[in-house]
Design a protein around this ligand. Sequence first.
Ligand SMILES: [Zn+2]
Length: 492
Amino acid sequence: MVTYEDIVNLALRRSLFYPASEIHANAPAGFYDFGPYGATIKRKIVELWRKQLVQKEEFLELDCAIIMPEDVFKSSGHLANFNDPVTQCKKCNTIHRADKLLEEVTKKQFKESAPLDELTSAIREHKVKCPKCKGELMDVKRFNMMVKAEIGIATKAPCYLRPETCQTIFADWSRMVRTMRVTLPKGVAQVGKSFRNEISPRQTLLRQVEFSQMEAEVFFDPTQINEIERWDEIKNYALRIQKADGDKIEYIPTEKLVKDKLVSGKLIAYYLARTQQLFEKYGIPLEKIRFRQLDDKERAFYAKEGWDFEVETSLGWVELIANNYRTDYDLKGHMEGSKTDLNFVRPDGSKFIPHIWEISIGLDRTFYAVLEMAYRQKEDRIWLSLPSALAPLQAGIFPLLSNKPELVKKATEVFEDLRDCYEIMYDDTGSIGKRYARLDEVGVPYCITIDFDSLTNNDVTIRARDTAAQKRVKISELRDTLYQLFTGKMHI
Ligand SMILES: [Zn+2]
């Protein structure tokens, strides 16, 4: 069974990801860098999302500024609502989440939105002390989770690093309507960095201060929530559903979700289906997936309906996607805050504020889940059984022995011949076994070896990562064979 430690060890050993600024002693926690193979796998996760969701659904994709003025977050509600109740230790200065600390000590539920004096008196009443040093705790105050940015030397109003990529999409919506011939429903997507001043960053990629999101906001007419093109393609497709009032996970076909009124309309069921299909392509087994229906207490204040998409990892169920029916909350707020008319005009001339269905994917968490699902170990052999679309390279090319010039020459020729059409690398350092192991561990599906027989027979050995099985192929047929292998038309 794979563990969290297995993944972190592999990540550090092969530089898939590792702490940012790690050579400096006082680098803050909650920041990670992706090394060469990690960055490529991450990019390919994005590319598959772009291909399967953004392009197939004809979403518009933006790339917006990260720093935004305070007015944006007044309009979005983040300035008032995006905060955690915290208490600081008078002795060791450690800051704690007040509601979480109270829950741990009293075993009772405390809402993060509870009035501050209520939380403070609960701390006094239950004599809650600092869990680190048993010191006295200060009165509870609100701590806004947004990261403030200082621009220039005379900024009139403060700016913030965006806490989610979607606010830039809402702010740009009216421009899309004016310039991109928008008809509804229309998705607007973005992949990029967001920032949250986490009080206690932990579990590497799962809770960071700086993180990446792949978000799509689908704008639609609420009176047409049951009209969606290509419904027939997914109407019999079953989703893994856990209802808010239940603890079992059921396979429910999309059509039944609508009929039983588990979702507000077909449009929502449709995008839940497309989302699950994407994660199947990421190599997440269906039995490790669930859409967890959120009840009134769990939903964000702006959401009418919410489904957390979760994956069962060695750390338990981890939320990878927030799926939210945000109604007209966002556009209404930006309309009031910016004094810009964000109404949409129907063909009959009537006006309305579009509603929004949000698919907010945590990219780093998805990356972690993909690694965990792909991790394989057999005795001391470790490999990542990544789907070919996510592999950082398609193949490695090796001469069997690096000290034989005739093998090196032949292997280099094969490499030069293939490199213009395939993502491959050449490696002649260390033993052949070590070269296999290095590429297995980062998920490269094939290795091509040139040996002494290759010199006379003009052929090579292709070795498959998952099975370590080998196949002899003529060099003249190598291009075609690789194509068949990469596209799944042939297996070794
Ligand atoms: Zn303390």
